[in-house]
Design a protein around this ligand. Structure first.
Ligand SMILES: NC(=O)c1ccc[n+]([C@@H]2O[C@H](COP(=O)([O-])OP(=O)(O)OC[C@H]3O[C@@H](n4cnc5c(N)ncnc54)[C@H](O)[C@@H]3O)[C@@H](O)[C@H]2O)c1
Ligand SMILES: [Zn+2]
Length: 256
């Protein structure tokens, strides 16, 4: 058995031996669905745009038109995308009773579209718009239709407040009820699978340490190194879609 096969086998065994497996997923989960992440060298969005100028709540309010142009581009790649082998592998694991739920930084909705259940979207969703004044939530089409038809900022039907995508922008707090749900899920997990996250964005950056201090084990699958690699039971610097189906096949075989 070569080193990669050995590691794949080890991860499958950790999943089999654990009672409460949670996946923590980042933008790297969806690059194989054609959605660029932020930090991959060469393809990450931050090589093209400045995060302070786009995707921060301050810049959205002060230059809504310019920000919406960027967001529509990112949105279109999300709306065209489909769940990939990685998302589908997690759904399979869950059907086998070997995945309790998913904590995700992603706003693309692909875990839910892959029919994984118990998914907590920490950073909200690109599929909805929200009024910044009265907090009414609309399908994202409400915002897109207005942007495509006129130069004016998209506004709420109920109160004329400014509409924004219902995703958390830089400079905005996460919803406290979502954070509480995430903490609950994390506190009972005995194995945390970190998939495609640079672990640089809080609060997710802190979750692996929290899981470890609760006695959970850690597995990291990410093309690039992360600061938590040294703390993980197994680390794979591979594409999620190349290894997750193999891991799930072994779990299926062993549980048979
Ligand atoms: N799909 C989305 O919804 C999407 C896309 C871009 C950014 N974001 C937002 O950006 C923020 C960025 O944080 P982040 O840590 O999630 O992303 P990130 O861009 O900081 O890190 C992604 C990591 O995934 C790795 N990666 C890329 N493709 C991979 C693959 N196929 N297999 C394994 N690893 C792969 C990269 O090496 C990188 O370390 C998050 O807050 C998220 O909300 C979301
Ligand atoms: Zn409103």
């Amino acid at each position: 058995m070569d080193e990669l096969e050995n590691k794949i086998q080890q991860i499958a065994q950790l999943i089999i031996d654990s009672e409460n497996v949670i996946a923590l997923t980042g933008a790297g989960m969806s690059t194989e669905s054609g959605i660029a992440d932020f930090r991959s060298p060469g393809t990450g969005l931050w090589e093209k745009v400045n995060p302070d100028e786009f995707a921060s709540i301050h810049s959205y309010v002060s230059d809504t038109g310019k920000n919406l142009k960027f967001m529509l581009e990112m949105g279109m790649s999300i709306f065209k995308s489909k769940p990939n082998k990685g998302h589908k592998s997690l759904t399979k694991l869950q059907k086998l009773g070997k995945l309790r739920g998913v904590l995700t930084q992603n706003i693309d909705g692909l875990h839910k579209r892959a029919k994984t259940e118990n998914v907590i979207e920490l950073h909200g969703t690109a599929h909805e718009a929200i009024c910044m004044r009265c907090h009414t939530v609309y399908p994202i089409t409400k915002l897109i239709d207005q942007v495509l038809k006129s130069d004016r900022s998209p506004s709420c039907e109920a109160c004329q407040g400014l509409l924004k995508p219902n995703a958390i922008f830089f400079g905005e707090p996460l919803h406290s009820d979502t954070l509480i749900e995430a903490e609950k899920m994390l506190s009972c997990c005995d194995l945390l699978l970190v998939l495609g996250s640079s672990l640089l964005v809080y609060p997710v950056a802190f979750y692996p340490r929290e899981a470890l201090s609760n006695g959970a084990k850690l597995v990291i699958i990410n093309i690039q190194e992360t600061d938590m690699d040294d703390h993980a039971e197994v680390v794979l610097h591979e594409r999620i879609g190349d290894v997750m189906p193999k891991i799930v096949d072994i779990v299926i075989e062993e549980l048979r």
